[in-house]
Write a protein that binds this ligand. Structure first.
Ligand code: PEP
Ligand code: MN
Length: 363
């Protein structure tokens, strides 16, 4: 067993409003006026840090690639005028040195950089012995180990003020999200590193403004520690990510509507009720697993029969029949077709694996 890493809670990061910790600001720094106007519009009782990308990782060249180091000076102006902490993205050692020289409070490692252990290690080496807050975005691919690996590299450089940013994952299939959240992955991260603060980035998950509030509420309901939200004084003319940015006014309104629920309570009646319901869930899980075992054994028997007749494992007609039937039964139980589809795909795959073993076993 590796020793568990201990992370500094956000309350010890020198943040004015740590619960929840809100970072807001434009996708990209564009001009000093844009930065100051955006920052001045923020509700300083809720927002604690101001973000702006200076070096922008764009998919294709010839797009707006950021204003470069002059933007760091604009971040300093924002800090002088509002007292907000400053945050920017770093992707290489040069960026780290420039950000440290400018006295930036928080640096974040972007999703494309987290995918590359060489790049993360170089950043970690440059941060050795530095007292700064480092946020690590999830890698664009849905790989929790790669995310944990990047966090471990930064922790090993002696940084203790570390947070993770959940910004969603690249997609292949059509989706309502720009980067589907796959909530299970950040929850796995929480299980693996229980003291690590996690911040949600609904802007890059959604890719538009209409889903921001739902995603943010969901993050709070899953006891995330904060949000990073792209905010621009005039989103429609933003030089990057125009579709997903909101004005400071819209941000204040949205933050006012979000409900912050506590993960803990000491109300004995509530706790007893919760324990009772959790007991029911645990019993049902035992039954589900037993039923799955029984189902697989029947499926193995089918494998034996198929083997004696030399017929193939997969029969499309039978699969369609199962899917149609189960989707209909699921609907009657209030279960979505997507859920039934995923569930039965997984069951069917396991069944095929069992049958393949049987059919290829030497007698
Ligand atoms: C950003 O925060 O503007 C950004 C580039 O994000 P990501 O690394 O999540 O794509
Ligand atoms: Mn962006």
């Amino acid at each position: 067993m590796k020793a568990e890493i201990k992370f500094e809670p956000i309350a010890n990061w020198g943040v004015k409003n740590p619960k929840p910790f809100i970072i807001a600001g434009p996708c990209s720094a564009e001009s000093e006026e844009q930065m100051v106007e955006t920052a001045r519009g923020m509700d300083l009782t809720k927002v604690s840090a101001f973000r702006a990308g200076i070096w922008k990782p764009r998919t294709r060249p010839n797009m707006f690639e950021g204003v470069g180091p002059v933007g760091l000076q604009w971040l300093r102006t924002v800090k002088q005028e509002t007292g907000l902490l400053t945050a920017t993205e770093v992707a290489n050692v040069k960026h780290v040195y420039e950000a440290l020289k400018a006295g930036i409070d928080i640096i974040w490692i972007g999703a494309r950089t987290t995918t590359n252990p060489f790049a993360v290690q170089e950043i970690a080496d440059a941060l050795q012995g530095v007292d700064i807050t480092v946020l690590i975005k999830n890698p664009i691919n849905p790989d929790v180990e790669l995310w944990v690996g990047a966090i471990e590299r930064i922790a090993r450089a002696g940084i203790s003020k570390i947070g993770a940013i959940h910004r969603g994952f690249s997609r292949f299939e059509k989706s309502a999200y720009r980067n589907p959240p796959h909530w299970q992955i950040p929850l796995d991260l929480r299980r693996m590193l229980p003291t690590l603060p996690i911040i949600c980035d609904p802007s890059h998950i959604a890719g538009n403004t209409s889903l921001l509030e739902d995603i943010s509420q969901r993050a709070f309901d899953l006891s995330y520690d904060g949000l990073i939200i792209e905010t621009h004084c005039n989103p429609s003319v933003a030089l990057s990510d125009a579709k997903q940015q909101i004005t400071p006014y819209e941000l204040s309104r949205m933050l006012g509507r979000l409900a912050l629920r506590s993960p803990e309570t000491s109300d004995p009646g509530f706790l007893q009720n919760l324990e009772e319901l959790r007991g029911q869930i645990d019993k049902l899980d035992v039954e589900i697993i037993r039923l799955m075992g029984t189902r697989m054994r029947v499926s193995e028997d089918i494998g034996k029969v198929k083997k004696t007749q030399s017929i193939t494992i997969f029969q499309a007609g039978r699969w369609d029949e199962i899917m149609n039937k189960t989707i209909e039964m699921g609907a009657a139980e209030g279960l979505s077709p997507e859920f039934i589809n995923n569930l039965f795909k997984a069951i069917h795959q396991e069944s095929i694996n069992h049958q393949t073993d049987i059919m290829n076993k030497k007698d």
